[in-house]
Design a protein around this ligand. Structure first.
Ligand code: GAL
Length: 658
């Protein structure tokens, strides 16, 4: 009875093979659809599942244990349920496939890893290699047709050649694989007998262990017949409605829409060629497979990766957040938005100024580089953007622009933006630094730069950079060598509209607060005429504080600052005063349980009112990554206040606005 059953199956298989043998060339999805394994089980492959699986019918993660899934980036084949097995029936699909077990084969690596580079077949030490014979034999049952076979070799031991035979023909000869380098080789193979046979071996053989063959993975893809049916099936499979599409980044969405439109055009063409179908198919598939969803946040996660809605790291370091009424670009409507400006560090330590907008403070849309820096003096007169922006500038003024905001020597740090009601302009001040004629240090200029724009979107036109107020003669200048220095800075606009610039001066030893003029574009009084206590003050001379973040709460003024240790964090200090140019009192380190005394590994840059009703003030700090400044993190925490109005800061991993 049992024997008869086996015989019946064998006859059935032979019949299928005979029918199949008459089929030629590429694999018709129909053939794959109804392919019967010799256990007479049906492996149903629809064209849609093939499309979704990128036509991968086998993915062998060589020598892995009973691994049943592929690592991200790999796809399990449709005919398998484990990533490797000894030749036999696959318990999940019923297909016959696997390696022929040989006594000289040894599994190597982390055998339960999903990663195809973590495991491989090697040859046991002491094996007598028989040329052209000792190697790894794999057989895969597949419907007749054309297949793309990809073999991957990752060898940490030493460089060596490998060869591959398929269907008893030599297809790859002496492929050199290098030490610690992934080598992939691929070839197209016709299969007419229902089984694809592979042998992977080392042609040079010999008795040297370091020359033995290794094998990390095999991928077998059916070569599809790119025709009208396949392309329209992909169009149906890879389609989104408008709401679904909105979940993806604008870049993904636009790429997708272009590829989709092109695919439709191909279908409508009078007489498209196979190549037209193929091009449209591959483009749409590639775009569809690489669509990126917009990150969506509902909490603040201090110190974690924070991306904008285009999935890029937010570049607004040393920045500032405020509430603004802006003209929405696509609707033209005036809307309230949160606005974040800061340093663009994508080009390393020198970059322009970026802006981001948000409705909820968690999710930020990139609004562009609002103040660009320049690569050459020529660019200012040749590139449309700069030509228009600086149309009224004299040649000397353009020289100055180039000196102050070029991308090879200029430093543009800690930008802060304020709106001037008097002029209707947005004004950005920033720490403008760089070498000078007499001093080649990166931070020699020690100046405050100013730029203006009619909109918060920019482009901001750079006006100039200045040294600011100087120590009065009757006071002790902590750095008399260099007058009027201005480095880490911030801005504050009081309720009466008076604006102040707060900055480190006297070689970062003394903080200054200086009043700005009516247009916020320069000091209220020229440094030569400025009156101490009226136009400016110095606070805590010699205390060496920087990174000032000023805010006002219940009529009191607060200033959080850091010490001066470059990119490395240090303990914060909070100062309080009854007026901007009044007496500031040192309130000590506001951080609670900050065991390392590093302001929770951050440096202050801004404190803003996030919820007017609930009076929630948010501390914004930078966790600088000195090795890669663009990859620095942000640390936002809510401030706590006691009954006397003293501020404190506690750390929390994740939080949201109430
Ligand atoms: C920090 C300062 C930063 C940057 C850095 C350069 O102290 O806060 O804005 O200037 O030094 O080392």
């Amino acid at each position: 009875m049992h024997r008869n059953y086996v015989l019946a199956i064998l006859i059935f298989c032979l019949m299928i093979l005979c029918v199949a043998c008459t089929d030629t060339e590429t694999v018709k999805p129909e053939a794959l659809k109804q392919y019967e394994s010799d256990k007479n089980e049906t492996v149903e492959l629809t064209q849609v599942s093939l499309i979704q699986n990128d036509f991968i019918v086998y993915f062998v993660n060589c020598a892995a244990g009973k691994v049943t899934e592929a690592d991200a980036g790999d796809i399990m084949g449709l005919y398998q349920s484990v990533t490797d097995q000894r030749y036999g029936e696959d318990s999940g699909t019923g297909m016959l496939w696997g390696y022929q077990e040989k006594s000289y084969m040894a599994a190597d690596g982390d055998l339960n890893s999903l990663n195809k580079l973590d495991t491989k077949w090697v040859i046991k030490e002491g094996t007598d290699i028989i040329p052209e014979e000792t190697g790894f034999y794999y057989d895969f049952s597949v419907p007749p047709g054309e297949y793309e076979v990809i073999c991957g070799f990752y060898d940490p031991f030493s460089a060596r050649p490998v060869s591959v035979r398929a269907e008893d023909e030599q297809v790859i000869v002496d492929q050199k694989i290098l030490k610690y380098k992934l080598t992939q080789t691929s070839f197209l193979q016709q299969v007419s007998d229902g089984v694809l046979n592979l042998l992977i071996y080392n042609p040079s053989s010999g008795d040297e262990v370091m020359k033995d063959p290794v094998l990390s993975y095999i991928i077998i893809r059916a070569v599809p017949d790119y025709d009208e049916g396949l392309l329209s099936n992909l169009i149906d499979t890879a389609s989104f409605d408008d709401t679904e599409l909105e979940e993806y980044t604008t870049a993904s969405k636009e790429r997708y829409q272009t590829a989709y439109r092109e695919a439709k055009i191909t279908l409508r063409k009078a007489d498209p060629s196979r190549q037209d179908y193929k091009n449209s198919y591959l483009k749409l598939k590639e775009v569809y497979d690489t669509m990126i969803k917009k990150p969506y946040y509902t909490t603040f996660r201090p110190g974690q990766v924070w991306k904008d809605t285009e999935d890029n790291l937010i570049q607004a370091h040393g920045g500032q957040v405020q509430r603004l009424t802006v003209k929405e670009k696509h609707t033209g409507k005036m809307v309230e938005k949160w606005w974040w400006v800061g340093e663009d560090k994508t080009q390393g330590c020198r970059g322009g100024i970026c802006a981001y907008s948000s409705d909820d403070l968690y999710n930020w849309t990139f609004e562009g580089v609002v103040m660009r820096n320049v690569s050459s003096r020529k660019q200012l007169e040749e590139e449309e953007y700069f030509k228009k922006l600086y149309a009224d500038y004299t040649s000397e003024q353009l020289d100055k622009v180039y000196t102050c905001i070029n991308d090879s020597t200029s430093i543009i740090e800690r930008p802060k933006m304020i709106y001037c009601k008097e002029t209707g302009q947005y004004v950005i001040w920033f720490h403008a630094d760089g070498p000078t004629k007499s001093n080649h240090s990166n931070y020699a200029a020690a100046s405050a730069g100013v730029a203006v724009s009619d909109t918060p979107y920019g482009p901001f036109r750079f006006i100039n950079r200045y040294r600011l107020n100087t120590c009065p003669e009757d006071q002790e200048d902590k750095y008399p060598k260099s007058k009027g220095m201005a480095r880490d800075m911030n801005l504050f606009v009081d309720d009466d509209g008076t604006a102040y610039i707060i900055y480190s001066s006297e070689e970062n030893l003394t903080l200054y607060i200086s009043k700005l003029n009516f247009s916020y574009t320069y000091l209220a009084a020229d440094p030569k005429e400025a009156v101490y206590g009226v136009d400016f003050i110095r606070i805590f001379p010699g205390a060496q504080r920087e990174a000032p973040a000023v805010f006002k709460r219940n009529g009191k003024y607060y200033m959080m600052t850091s010490g001066c240790t470059g990119w490395a964090p240090n303990p914060a200090k909070m100062f309080m005063s009854d007026s901007m140019l009044g007496t500031w009192v040192d309130k000590g380190d506001p951080c609670i349980d900050d065991t390392k005394r590093t302001t929770f590994d951050s440096q202050s840059t801004c404190i803003f009112l996030a919820d007017e009703e609930k009076k929630i003030y948010v501390y914004m700090g930078d966790r600088w990554n000195n090795e890669n400044l663009a990859d620095s993190r942000y640390l936002w925490l809510p401030l706590n206040f006691d009954e006397e109005g003293n501020a404190s800061l506690t750390y929390t991993n994740e939080w949201k606005l109430p």
